[in-house]
Design a protein around this ligand. Structure first.
Ligand SMILES: NC(=O)c1ccc[n+]([C@@H]2O[C@H](COP(=O)([O-])OP(=O)(O)OC[C@H]3O[C@@H](n4cnc5c(N)ncnc54)[C@H](OP(=O)(O)O)[C@@H]3O)[C@@H](O)[C@H]2O)c1
Length: 341
């Protein structure tokens, strides 16, 4: 009887020990959209993969929503792997909104439970969880839900860093914003207006209403009107289109003004000849910029335009839309339900 009890106990102990060590080895899993090879959006697969762990400098974020950008299909193509710092396997997603789940030992500003939004430098947002550096995220605008907040970081940071940091746009100045209905342009119009500038914005016929709704003083339908006939002697141009649009933009800028392109380096010969300035813009994550943008949003000065919300299983369709370069506002992937306040 006594011996029997001992045997039973030791079997129970062994199985307990075994189950503990098995659990210790089992990594928590998560769903993610993954590419194991570069190529068209169709290479993307929805998979179960191990959840990442934050290092000392990082926080683990439970992603509620992630924005879609033209940079996603560009990265996936593999053509700019060196410039984007990407490597395989690749998880797309340069915009996130979510909740801090864990913090690394050296993290000082964020704590577990904080609602955050931001721009992870190397993507990775199309997953249940992501690890990010503290400087890549900021506290989410309180007036937005997570889907709306995920539509902000990349477009708003790009517009902010171009108009505020580079052009140093002043009240009363005039700016020409090409592609005013897109992910960057829709924020650029609102940021320029919030800083007291006059805005001339371009888009196709179907988006003229949106340009006005965002606050453009003058809306130009580029399919019907040459922007040069409307915009003259402007202080700054923001160009997310390139090629012919950029080539025709130098002539509308006043002496000392600036042409900023998101997709090319302005031509030094044109810049010199006309006595203007030129800048190729390269957006970077910045938690202080994100915090200032959040303040403007909560003050009701700027807002994201979300035109489509898709589940993670529609990642391929989302990338195909991003590659059209004709998205109205933003497409956002919903990854989890909105947490209860
Ligand atoms: N360098 C950087 O750091 C940086 C950062 C962010 C984005 N980008 C790049 O900037 C570009 C724009 O990004 P996004 O997120 O705004 O893209 P998006 O959401 O696809 O918007 C593109 C916009 O351009 C408009 N458009 C297309 N052809 C045009 C033309 N000929 N004239 C005037 N407008 C035209 C479209 O309006 P319609 O549909 O009405 O034609 C659309 O509103 C992308 O190539 C992206 O990769 C670069």
């Amino acid at each position: 009887m006594h011996n029997g009890n001992i045997v039973t106990l030791s079997i129970a102990t062994v199985s307990l020990l075994l189950s503990h060590s098995l659990r210790a080895e089992e990594k928590p899993m998560m769903k993610a959209v993954v590419a194991h090879e570069y190529g068209a959006p169709e290479v993307l697969k929805l998979e179960q993969i191990p959840r990442p762990e934050p290092n000392e400098e990082e926080v683990l974020v439970r992603v509620i929503a992630s924005g879609v950008n033209p940079a996603d299909p560009l990265t996936l193509s593999g053509k700019y792997a060196r410039e984007f710092g990407t490597h395989l396997p690749l998880i797309p997603g340069y915009e996130i909104a979510g909740v801090v789940e864990k913090t690394g030992a050296n993290v000082t500003k964020l704590k577990v439970g904080d609602a955050v939004y931001g721009y992870p430098t190397f993507g990775g947002g199309w997953a249940d969880y992501i690890t990010v550096k503290e400087w890549e995220v900021a506290v989410k605008p309180r007036s937005l839900n997570f889907v709306e907040a995920a539509a902000v970081p990349m477009g708003a940071l790009t517009a902010w860093q171009a108009l505020v940091d580079v052009a140093k746009l002043q009240p009363g100045q005039t700016v020409l914003i090409h592609g005013g209905s897109g992910g960057v342009g829709s924020f650029a119009i609102q940021i320029a207006k919030a800083r007291g500038a006059q805005v001339i914005a371009t888009a196709s016929t179907a988006n003229q209403d949106l340009l006005k709704q965002l606050g453009a003083n003058v809306a130009v339908d580029y399919t019907k009107t040459k922007f040069e006939d409307v915009a003259k002697d402007v202080d700054a141009v923001l160009d997310p289109v390139g090629k012919e649009t950029l080539a025709r933009s130098y002539g509308v800028v006043k002496k000392g003004g600036i042409v900023m392109s998101l997709v090319a380096r302005p031509d030094p010969a044109e810049i010199k000849k006309r006595g203007i300035r030129g800048a190729g813009i390269s957006v970077h994550p910045d938690s202080e910029d994100l915090a200032e943008i959040a303040q403007l949003i909560d003050a009701g000065k700027i807002k994201p335009i979300v035109t489509q919300v898709l589940p993670l299983s529609e990642a391929i369709a989302a990338q195909q839309q991003a590659a059209t370069h004709h998205t109205r506002g933003k497409v956002v992937l919903r990854i989890a339900d909105e947490p209860k306040a």
